[in-house]
Design a binder for this molecule. Structure first.
Ligand code: ADP
Ligand code: MG
Length: 335
């Protein structure tokens, strides 16, 4: 029998992932589009567009339409989604006729924004579109027993936002979101180097520094790295050596903001569920979970066990795909 394609989309602030039931993750690209400002056309999406950041002629502008976890530009987001769906149908060789699509939207998005995403996917020809809350998708994709009446705590540290959610019995008991994440850390690194060295570095260099020698607030054996930027006094390119201790100092503020959000969520947890948290702990996911020392630092700060999801960059997409099965099951049961 012909079965329609089923697609799960993680619309992240930094990365978009697409999951299909038959093939798993079929697309994983940065949430960036490059726009030609003269014609207003989309020139590139995903990795191709990210490559252009900071390097394009003036009329080509790379945009991250979901940067802060809200949809800054509906038209651009809709175009990006369509291009992504086009790529998926090429890459996966799927029958894209009337697929059923589940989209995980940034938490904190408004009902107007959610409707806009719904409509953009629908206008591409989806048969059905379901939206799912991000903490639920993240928890499902991190293999947490979300159906059981126990507190599952998920901490998702993304690019533009970080979310802390407590899920029990398939629903969100409480959830908090901060507009802090990997992007903010990159920015803090840029500011630090500007202030201490009078050197301007680009976003991509800052992100590399964070991934290579960034540490959460733990003691560690110091690492160092050479980076290039523009000397703000002479205007000429210059190379400097920066240490992991300096980077740690630079990103302290965003790390503390994330910690504060976790603390507040745990403190406001219903008392019956607090006991579960002491036993089961907290699960970290999202790209920020990969920062060196994150697990150790948080476990020490919040005094409950901290686990890292099996695949932090993919758990929301996987969870979105698995949610599809649950939605099917529910619909069958309703018939
Ligand atoms: P979103 O869901 O918002 O799209 P992701 O979960 O994809 O975000 O995470 C993207 C963020 O994770 C980026 O800021 C990226 O720099 C950061 N990141 C990815 N890998 C690492 C790493 N190894 N160490 C530190 N940060 C990382
Ligand atoms: Mg995410």
């Amino acid at each position: 029998m012909f079965s329609n394609a089923e697609i799960g989309i993680d619309l992240g602030t930094a990365n978009i992932l697409v999951y299909t039931k038959s093939k798993g993750i079929v697309l994983n690209e940065p949430s960036v589009v490059a726009i030609d400002m003269d014609s207003k056309n989309v020139v590139a999406v995903g990795s191709e567009a990210k490559e252009m950041v900071g390097k394009t002629p003036q009329n080509i502008v790379p945009i991250r339409p979901l940067k802060d976890g809200v949809i800054a530009d509906y038209d651009v987001t809709a175009q990006m989604l369509k291009e992504i769906l086009k790529k998926v149908s090429k890459v996966a060789g799927l029958s894209m006729r009337k697929p059923t699509v589940v989209v995980c939207t940034p938490s904190g998005s408004t009902s107007v924004e959610r409707r806009a995403i719904h409509n953009a996917v629908k206008s591409y020809g989806a048969k059905e579109v379901h939206l799912i809350e991000e903490p639920v998708a993240a928890a499902i994709g991190s293999d947490l027993p979300v159906d059981e009446p126990v507190a599952n705590v998920i901490v998702d540290i993304g690019g533009g936002t970080s979310e802390v959610g407590i899920i029990s019995f398939g629903g969100v008991v409480s959830c908090r979101s901060v507009r802090t994440g990997g992007d903010k850390m990159d920015d803090e690194i840029i500011q630090y180097i500007r202030k201490h060295y009078n050197i301007l570095i680009g976003e991509r260099t800052a992100e590399n520094v964070k991934m290579e020698i960034g540490f959460a607030l733990i003691d560690h054996d110091e690492l160092s790295m050479d980076i290039r930027g523009r000397d703000m006094v002479t205007g000429l390119p210059r190379t400097i050596t920066i240490t992991s201790t300096e980077v740690q100092d630079a990103i302290r503020e965003s790390l503390e903001a994330i910690l504060e959000t976790i603390r507040t969520t745990l403190e406001n947890c219903p008392p019956e569920l607090s006991g579960d948290i002491v036993d089961h702990g907290v699960t970290l996911t999202g790209g920020g979970a990969l920062l060196k020392g994150m697990q150790k630092w948080l476990a020490n700060e919040i005094s409950v066990p901290v686990h890292i999801a099996p695949n932090p960059l993919e758990s929301v997409a996987i969870g979105t795909g698995r949610a599809l099965k649950m939605i099917n099951k529910l619909q069958k049961a309703a018939k």
